[in-house]
Design a protein around this ligand. Structure first.
Ligand SMILES: *Cc1c(COP(=O)(O)O)cnc(C)c1O
Length: 478
């Protein structure tokens, strides 16, 4: 593949600009004037279209490949939702904040209000703030609310407790909000060790952050007991609902005993993501925390008219510009209303069924650290293949050659050589079988011809990269 500058041919043009009718300025200082023309690639429109189309075909995406990236939920996003997002194009985010502006955007405010109600119903919370722009921002906002809640009751607590299987953003968000972190190790069943948890709990703990099902894809059967223990120490329970796919329409964190929940709309409610694109991490809370929620809050007055509450004594303030990522919120609203209660239940049913199908078919070929019914994802270990010198990363790279995006590897951290597979609910059995066959082949190759795995991928423009360096020191020029 050639770079766009290499395709350049002097004199070729893809656009024809009209002659400038702006008078040349006399007042610009000489040293600011460009003397040598900018060195831009010169291409025809067709050259350009081919260049970028071919470049995009080098990519893996949900639209082109099966993408079982555990914890990140790369599921198919129905195209009709893009239309829903576009309906709100004309809504300028400043409108509602201008005098008399609320009248002009009752529809948009209505969407925010209704989405908040739907998410409150889905999570079992009393009110939902749709502002946070990502899961991690939802977490940090939630922990700041928890801190404000304790402070308002005259308490300054020191710690936030997380299990060792937690997503890295959990301890990071709590630390950013000013807390010290206590990490609790997992027991043999993959759940937080109850004895260690009891020992770690004390009255200085402000909150316990949990993901349930956890990042091993396991639902903690003692989650109610954990909430009770935390509450007995006046700690609040935080539910990391980045991925609700396993429990949609079946379990509500609020009914279990959680006090604060964030949800990633870009993992559960149909916004395409990856590559750091826009997301949304709405935050739900129980009644006692509502006064601390970020502003502005969308309220409905007694005439059914929507308005904005812009001042409140106890609010922690704003957490995002305007109203969050509105297009992401519009897609989620359309997705939830399109599927309805029954549809959402079928999502969780198929997500869990697909993960268990993969787990059962692969467990004879890969070490399964926790052989229990899983939820929306299952976690294997490549420890058996390690005996042949093959690591999880080698299997992941081989899958690229076979036309599959690799699953998440080396996470969660508490499983050695982890391979974390989340098939999502939108894949057919034929696709799952194709992936499973490739995984079985990889385990066979680890025995018979490990070189193929160690050298993979062979079908890509580049083979093995220093992925950390590639992300941190991105070279956008050649
Ligand atoms: C993705 C994820 C997060 C973080 O969400 P971002 O939107 O990437 O900030 C937090 N917790 C879990 C369990 C996740 O999977």
């Amino acid at each position: 593949m050639r770079l766009i500058y290499e395709e350049s041919v002097a004199g070729r043009r893809g656009v024809a600009l009209p002659a400038s009718d702006v008078p040349v300025s006399e007042s610009l200082p000489e040293e600011l004037l460009r003397v040598v023309p900018a060195e831009l690639p010169q291409l025809s429109e067709l050259d350009l279209v081919r260049h970028f189309t071919n470049l995009s075909r080098r990519n893996f995406s949900v639209d082109t490949h099966f993408y079982p990236l555990g914890s990140c939920t790369m599921k198919y996003n129905p195209r009709v939702l893009e239309d829903a997002a576009l309906l709100f194009e004309a809504f300028h985010p400043m409108t509602a904040l201008l005098p008399g502006g609320e009248e002009l955007c009752q529809g948009s405010l209505g969407l925010l209000y209704d989405l908040g109600q739907l998410l409150a119903d889905i999570t079992g919370m009393d009110e939902v703030c749709t502002q946070p722009l990502a899961g991690a921002q939802g977490e940090m906002t939630g922990i700041m609310l928890i801190a404000a809640y304790h402070r308002a009751r005259g308490k300054r607590k020191r710690y936030v407790l997380v299990p060792d299987s937690s997503h890295g953003t959990n301890p990071a968000s709590a630390a950013m909000a000013g807390y010290e972190i206590i990490t609790v190790a997992s027991g043999t069943q993959g759940d937080m060790d109850m004895e260690l948890f009891r020992q770690a709990m004390n009255d200085q703990v402000a909150a316990v952050m949990m993901t349930c099902p956890n990042t091993l894809g396991l639902f903690n059967p003692r989650i109610r007991e954990i909430c009770d223990i935390a509450h007995s120490h006046d700690a609040l329970m935080y539910y990391d609902g980045a991925n609700l796919n396993a429990i949609l329409g079946r379990v509500r964190p609020g009914d279990i005993g959680f006090d604060v929940v964030h949800v990633n709309l870009h993992k559960t409610f149909a916004t395409p993501h990856g590559g750091g694109g826009p997301g949304a991490g709405p935050l739900g809370v129980r009644q006692a925390l509502i006064p601390f929620l970020p502003l502005p809050r969308v309220r409905m007055d007694e005439h059914g008219r929507l308005c904005l509450e812009t001042e409140s004594e106890l609010s922690i303030g704003r957490c995002a510009n305007f109203f969050g990522n509105f297009g992401v919120l519009a897609r989620a609203y359309a997705y939830i209303t399109m599927l309805g209660r029954q549809g959402l239940m079928r999502v969780s049913e198929a997500a869990v069924l697909n993960a268990n199908y993969i787990k059962e078919r692969l467990k004879g070929h890969y070490e399964l650290p926790h052989d229990l019914p899983c939820m929306h994802e299952c976690v294997f270990s490549a420890s058996r293949q390690l005996a042949q010198g093959v690591h999880a990363i080698d299997i992941a790279k081989y899958l690229i050659d076979r036309g599959f995006h690799p699953p998440t590897v080396y996470f969660p951290l508490n499983v050695r050589e982890a391979i974390m597979i989340e098939p999502t609910e939108t894949e057919s059995r034929a696709t799952l079988d194709g992936f499973i066959d490739a995984m079985i082949e990889a385990s066979g190759l680890a025995e018979s011809n490990p070189r193929v795995l160690l050298d993979a991928p062979l079908t890509m423009p580049v083979s093995r990269l220093d992925e950390t360096k590639a992300a941190r020191e991105l070279k956008v020029c050649w």
